[in-house]
Design a binder for this molecule. Structure first.
Ligand SMILES: Cc1cc2nc3c(=O)[nH]c(=O)nc-3n(C[C@H](O)[C@H](O)[C@H](O)COP(=O)(O)OP(=O)(O)OC[C@H]3O[C@@H](n4cnc5c(N)ncnc54)[C@H](O)[C@@H]3O)c2cc1C
Ligand SMILES: *[C@@H]1O[C@H](CO)[C@@H](O)[C@H](O)[C@H]1NC(C)=O
Ligand SMILES: *[C@@H]1O[C@H](CO)[C@@H](O)[C@H](O)[C@H]1NC(C)=O
Ligand SMILES: *[C@@H]1O[C@H](CO)[C@@H](O)[C@H](O)[C@H]1NC(C)=O
Ligand SMILES: *[C@@H]1O[C@H](CO)[C@@H](O)[C@H](O)[C@H]1NC(C)=O
Ligand SMILES: *[C@@H]1O[C@H](CO)[C@@H](O)[C@H](O)[C@H]1NC(C)=O
Ligand SMILES: *[C@@H]1O[C@H](CO)[C@@H](O)[C@H](O)[C@H]1NC(C)=O
Ligand SMILES: *[C@@H]1O[C@H](CO)[C@@H](O)[C@H](O)[C@H]1NC(C)=O
Ligand SMILES: *[C@@H]1O[C@H](CO)[C@@H](O)[C@H](O)[C@H]1NC(C)=O
Ligand SMILES: *[C@@H]1O[C@H](CO)[C@@H](O)[C@H](O)[C@H]1NC(C)=O
Ligand SMILES: *[C@@H]1O[C@H](CO)[C@@H](O)[C@H](O)[C@H]1NC(C)=O
Length: 583
């Protein structure tokens, strides 16, 4: 759902310069510099990881001269929107724009003319396609020793381009697929304290795989609404929102233990009993900043009966449409207080605008609760719009897994497009206060005027247990605890767009779109996994009052900044590509 509409959401490439400075110890080593590891060093790395090192080219290179290959290109074109295929390919990410590097005028789009050369862009030069923890340790030690930029790619879903980096060595975690259930999980070092039923997953496990494994046991867990986002990588380390969040908290709230390869190449366990500072940071401090997570153990729960409501309205009358958007936002705090979670998609248009809502009430056997909080809204829709413009469905599922079967048919998300997003967390308090919903609606309307093709996605994934967990002591953005909806919009541009046109679109996100929402509530923030890649004041937006502590933990565990990602903890000391230190 969020998934289907995301491709409609649009983007551009930003002006953060990749400095062409002379080689200096302040910078990572580049392939043209004398410090770059010589061939024998790469061969030794390859041997130490059992021959799993591959030289990487952008996946679309087979569609460009001089490496054009008709058959391979046809396959690549067919697969270029299949997130499962893009996950596994070391030369691909899910938002095609992050593979390019406008500062060097390097692109390699699948659908540009074959005569255009294929530039390496931000795609890593080598990939350690790891199968074992020891191989991760060897790759980290190599990168540290040779001062080579490291990139961790799990699935490549990051909207902020954190799984790519120019001139880097990639660690591809895709093949680490272990899923092990335990009825009675006892964290290492806990003196046998039980945390109840849990599942330990390898770094490469993807959401649909985990949902399927959980479903076979009539269990569920707090994970997201995507087929191929990774369950153990950027998702959970960034906080992880879920349609089950209102019921049981953020994904990171439900993490019990991490196994991590640190910047030194050591393998450590982080939980409440061992390395609690690292455990704090891994629960919301953001992927790619602390080490390479090899395994995570998360709580599991008996699969709850779930009541479901969907409502779709379409309207040719834009006044009536926006009035209904406002009424929906006025009602949203009560819906969320009653246990409702879900998603809504606003697709404004000069012709026919649509609002499509799907709400879930986990743990509810019947529609009683939904009738009390949703009937007024559906009545309003009935009164405002013609009967053929309102479709409302209400039903009960014996388990949340039935919702997942409907939400996530098949095994791939549709990705591969050019997309840059902007977002904001909107508080329960703001929408509950009188002018709140009206102001928010005015901002959304203004966004639709400035960005005519922009759709907007609302994520109702907090409140309830997310709010109740406000004192849990995890790095998750404290703003999440006050949030009632996480709103995302975005921009796109054609693969053939000139760099200036791209920059213009990108600036629109940072300078127009995000400020329109951010201005409503300066004390809120944004979700670090689904936000503007060039978010202003990102430390405050993404972590609020937790940033200071995170910065200290970062110094302790990664003093040499082996792990740097865009708008990640400690990244302010580096240029936008994580190549050179700024001071
Ligand atoms: C279609 C789609 C649906 C989505 N749905 C949801 C949703 O329902 N809920 C939600 O909260 N978010 C959702 N997201 C956002 C998602 O959480 C982020 O894109 C997240 O970064 C994906 O993590 P990944 O590991 O799969 O991706 P990657 O892009 O591979 O990695 C993301 C970041 O994590 C780091 N990383 C990855 N693996 C590791 C590891 N093992 N150790 C250390 N660092 C690591 C990477 O270096 C990078 O910085 C969605 C995104 C998309 C594109
Ligand atoms: C690594 O070794 C394997 C097996 O020997 C070989 O097939 C592969 O080409 C090597 N990778 C690189 C980058 O040389
Ligand atoms: C960028 O590369 C394209 C394709 O190679 C070329 O046509 C264009 O002139 C280049 N632009 C600049 C500014 O160098
Ligand atoms: C840990 O607890 C379990 C269940 O309570 C018990 O069976 C086991 O003997 C305990 N182990 C130790 C080492 O105390
Ligand atoms: C799961 O629930 C179904 C239906 O309630 C039941 O038939 C099945 O045996 C259960 N499976 C497991 C593994 O508990
Ligand atoms: C559009 O909706 C508004 C508000 O419901 C109403 O006042 C107006 O008459 C409608 N316009 C048309 C052309 O139907
Ligand atoms: C929307 O309306 C405009 C102006 O009336 C028209 O040009 C355009 O084709 C319409 N678009 C769609 C998708 O109907
Ligand atoms: C509906 O479910 C709620 C719990 O979700 C329960 O308290 C209530 O009694 C149920 N009502 C009916 C009519 O079954
Ligand atoms: C809304 O209208 C539909 C038919 O158009 C009807 O089935 C439904 O009960 C109405 N909903 C409410 C809450 O009045
Ligand atoms: C599929 O990917 C191509 C390029 O990679 C992109 O141009 C197109 O928009 C994508 N299609 C969808 C439906 O996302
Ligand atoms: C939306 O734009 C109008 C007209 O420019 C302006 O008066 C209003 O303050 C804006 N609303 C928000 C919330 O930005």
């Amino acid at each position: 759902m969020a998934i289907q509409l995301r491709p409609l959401i649009a983007i551009l490439l930003f002006g953060a310069a990749l400095t062409a400075a002379a080689p200096s110890p302040k910078c990572r080593c580049g392939p043209a510099e004398p410090c770059w590891p010589p061939e024998p060093a790469w061969n030794a790395l390859n041997a130490s990881i059992d021959g799993n090192l591959v030289a990487v080219r952008p996946f679309a290179s087979v569609c460009h001269d001089p490496t054009y290959d008709l058959d391979a290109c046809q396959i690549a074109k067919r697969m270029s929107n299949e997130s499962l295929w893009l996950s596994a390919n070391p030369g691909a990410v899910q938002s095609a724009n992050w593979a390019s590097l406008p500062q060097r005028n390097e692109t390699c789009y699948i659908d540009t003319h074959k005569s255009l050369p294929c530039g390496q862009g931000r795609i890593s030069l080598y990939s350690a396609v790891v199968r074992k923890t020891e191989q991760i340790q060897a790759a980290v030690r190599f990168a540290k020793k040779h001062n080579v930029r490291l990139a961790i790619k799990n699935t490549g879903h990051c909207f902020l381009g954190r799984s790519v980096a120019p001139d880097s060595l990639q660690i591809l975690t895709h093949h680490l697929k272990e899923i092990a259930f335990v009825d009675d999980f006892r964290p290492t070092g806990s003196l046998n304290k039980s945390c109840g039923s849990a599942v330990t997953i390898g770094a490469g496990v993807q959401l649909k795989e985990l949902y399927t494994a959980l479903g076979k046991k009539n269990l569920t867990a707090v994970i997201g609404a995507s087929h191929t986002v990774g369950a153990a990588g950027g998702y959970i380390q960034g906080g992880g929102h879920s349609p089950l969040g209102t019921w049981k908290g953020m994904a990171a709230d439900n993490a019990l233990e991490f196994e991590v390869v640190t910047a030194k190449g050591d393998l450590v366990t982080a939980n409440s009993f061992q390395n609690p500072d690292l455990f704090f940071a891994l629960r919301g401090g953001g992927g790619g900043s602390w080490g390479v997570v090899t395994r995570v153990t998360i709580r599991t729960f008996p699969d709850p009966p779930t009541a479901i409501q969907s409502l779709t309205i379409s309207s040719v009358n834009s006044t009536a449409f926006w009035a209904f958007i406002e009424a929906f936002h006025v009602g949203l705090p009560s819906i969320n207080d009653a246990g409702g979670s879900g998603y809504y998609f606003i697709t404004p248009s000069l012709n026919v605008s649509t609002l499509s809502i799907a709400l879930f009430f986990a743990g509810h056997q019947n529609g009683t609760i939904m009738a009390s909080v949703l009937d007024p809204l559906i009545n309003l829709a009935n009164e405002t719009f013609s009967p053929s413009s309102v479709v409302a469905l209400r039903f009960q599922a014996p388990g949340f897994r039935h919702v997942i079967d409907q939400l996530l048919p098949g095994d791939s998300d549709t990705t591969g497009n050019i997309v840059r997003i902007g977002s904001r967390l909107v508080s329960h308090k703001f929408l509950s206060s009188r002018p709140g919903a009206a102001k928010l609606t005015s901002a959304l309307q203004n966004i639709s005027t400035h960005f005519p093709s922009a759709a907007m996605t609302g994520h109702v994934v907090s409140g309830g247990q997310v709010a109740r967990n406000s004192n849990l002591g995890v790095a998750v953005n404290p703003a999440w605890r006050r949030t009632v909806t996480h709103l995302v919009s975005g921009v796109s541009w054609p693969a053939t767009a000139a760099v200036e046109e791209q920059r213009e679109k990108e600036r629109g996100v940072t300078e127009v779109m995000v400020p329109m929402l951010a201005g409503l509530e300066p004390d809120m923030g944004a979700y670090l996994n689904e936000a503007d890649a060039y978010e202003r004041d990102f430390q405050k937006s993404f972590w609020g009052g937790n940033y200071g502590r995170l910065r200290e933990i970062k110094r302790r565990w990664d003093p040499e900044s082996v792990f740097i990602v865009r708008a990640g903890v400690g990244s302010e000391e580096w240029d936008a590509e994580g190549r050179c230190r700024l001071w």
